[in-house]
Write a protein of this length. Structure first.
Length: 532
């Protein structure tokens, strides 16, 4: 099993972050922010007159704006399906080979976009790009979490947020810089070609790192899994501890594999309520990240500053790029504290802060025509909003969706989270222009209400996963009698107690029950309920 320059332990983890995680999520962030900045360039408008909203008037402008919004947003639909396609590829062929496939698809898509001379080619390019990027976004957090120790897993995955924010800011500054040559084809083709660099970097690096030890163990390749664990933990290859760890993953996978209901059907089965509950958590955490409005601000920052807050075009471009650059600095906060204070506090602080910022933004924007200082105050509250969003929902959401997944279905759960992200990303991209046109500042009130609603949801429904191995998280979920008792069980069992006893509150027997025994328990429970 290859290891770049024979690196091991922490050094290998750092290099993996730099050569795999960094380009993957620079790509993610860059593509979210790049297209909006080139739509008004004359060469782009001339090449694609079907989506020219600059020169169109009246009803024709509304029609072209609708087409333009769909062309921009269709990329997110490609990402959604790319995330779902990553499931069979990642489980059958491994994380590395699946990543390589999606990387090649992404390169093809970006090339089609950058070389487009017709709207049809541009649309196909955006869909193909989405298929590649969506798969990459679903697979990298899984691979990263499976190769990371529990005590640093949060920090090593939440760093994703910094890379996403950096990609978004990079795209914004690239568009601002190319604004000095708006009449050149380079002004719009170069921004669409730059992501190829990130994908090539990922593709060139991926096979220099070990395969996921969890995937190897699930395939029964215990010796290889033990060897990879030894590389990742910087321990001896003949360590009994690591072999036991790999064997435990295989045994757990075999128990679950024997079930008659598997894959997506198993997640949606009424008889597997703890797994459906986990799927709902993966959905909810990414729903929260999207529907609180952050990507609406990211996509339409220029529009907000020019049309809503009445700033000049170049001023708006600088403010937009600065707002996205500010996110990079704020992302350092969860990076430093996620493994110390946990995931839930970050989600709660983020939801509360975003709600307050959006209420204040709505209040100031509503007074723009009556108060000279309202515009500046609105800018402040936009920056305040973008201070709270990354604290909980730019990185930690990907981490959480991966952590709460069933071991042998972890790619499924990451795909659920990523697909949810892209589905509601599409919704936001489609509805924001209409909302701004029809209800104006009240759009911010909607986001304030949704942000506030995330707080009790996280407080009472989300279990805390801080400091636990992925296997310990599995044990607690499966040992709970009912889904609504899971949060309580997480509070009662400490990671240290589970390590010393090898159980989750003494219920390990239920976790390792055979499929027939589990079915008998379910039947007995139904009979008891009908008797009562």
């Amino acid at each position: 099993m290859p290891s770049l320059l024979n690196l091991r332990g922490h050094r290998l983890a750092v290099v993996r972050i730099a050569l795999v995680v960094l380009p993957a999520f620079l790509l993610f962030g860059y593509n979210q922010s790049s297209t909006g900045g080139i739509l008004g360039y004359p060469p782009f408008v001339h090449t694609f007159p079907e989506i020219d909203t600059v020169d169109a008037k009246g009803g024709n402008k509304v029609h072209k704006a609708t087409i333009q919004g769909t062309v921009v947003a269709i990329y997110t639909i490609g990402c959604l399906f790319g995330a779902l396609f990553a499931v069979p590829l990642g489980n059958r062929y491994g994380r590395r080979r699946a990543l390589a496939v999606h990387a090649v698809v992404g390169i093809i898509g970006q090339t089609l976009q950058a070389s487009s001379f017709s709207l049809a080619q541009l649309i196909v390019g955006r869909i193909v790009t989405g298929l590649g990027v969506g798969g990459i976004n679903a697979l990298v957090p899984v691979w990263q979490s499976e190769c990371t120790k529990p005590k640093s897993r949060g920090r090593n995955v939440v760093v994703i947020g910094i890379f996403v924010a950096t990609g978004q800011a990079m795209a914004s500054w690239v568009n601002y810089g190319l604004g000095v040559i708006p009449h050149s084809q380079v002004a719009w083709r170069l921004p669409l070609a730059i992501p190829i660099i990130f994908i090539l970097m990922l593709l060139a690096s991926v096979f220099f790192f070990p395969e996921s030890p969890v995937w190897l163990a699930q395939k029964g390749r215990i010796n290889e899994a033990t060897h990879v664990y030894a590389i990742l933990d910087d321990m001896a290859d003949d360590s009994d501890e690591l072999r036991i760890k790999a064997t435990a993953v295989f045994d757990s996978f075999e128990i679950h594999r024997q079930r008659t209901v598997k894959g997506w059907a198993r997640i949606l089965s009424k008889r597997q309520e703890e797994e459906f509950y986990r799927a709902c958590l993966a959905f909810a955490v990414n729903f929260n990240a999207q529907m609180t409005g952050a990507n609406g601000v990211t996509y339409y920052a220029n529009t907000i500053f020019t049309e809503s807050l009445h700033f000049a075009t170049r001023e708006a471009a600088v403010l937009s790029a600065s707002l996205l650059s500010w996110k990079i600095l704020v992302c350092l906060i969860p990076l430093m504290i996620v493994d110390r204070y946990g995931r839930k506090p970050l989600f709660i602080i983020s939801g509360s802060g975003m709600s307050l910022a959006m209420v204040s933004l709505a209040a100031t924007v509503s007074q723009l025509d009556h108060s000279v200082g309202s515009g500046r105050a609105a800018v402040f509250f936009l920056f305040l909003y973008m201070t709270f969003f990354p604290v909980g929902y730019l990185g930690a959401n990907f981490l959480y969706a991966t952590e709460i997944g069933v071991s042998e279905l972890r790619v499924h759960f990451s795909a659920i989270g990523t697909a949810t992200h892209w589905l509601f990303n599409f919704v936001i991209a489609e509805i924001i222009p209409t909302c701004f046109a029809s209800i104006g500042y009240q759009t911010y009130i909607i986001f304030a209400v949704i942000s506030a609603a995330t707080v009790p949801l996280v407080l009472f429904i989300f279990p805390e996963t801080k400091g636990r191995s992925l296997e310990q998280i599995d044990e607690i979920f499966f040992s709970a009698d009912k889904w609504y008792k899971v949060t309580r069980d997480f509070k009662r069992s400490s990671p240290q107690d589970m390590e010393s006893s090898g159980t989750a509150d003494g219920k390990i027997e239920r976790v390792h029950a055979s499929p027939d025994e589990k079915e008998a328990e379910d039947t007995e429970e139904i009979e008891d309920m009908s008797t009562n």
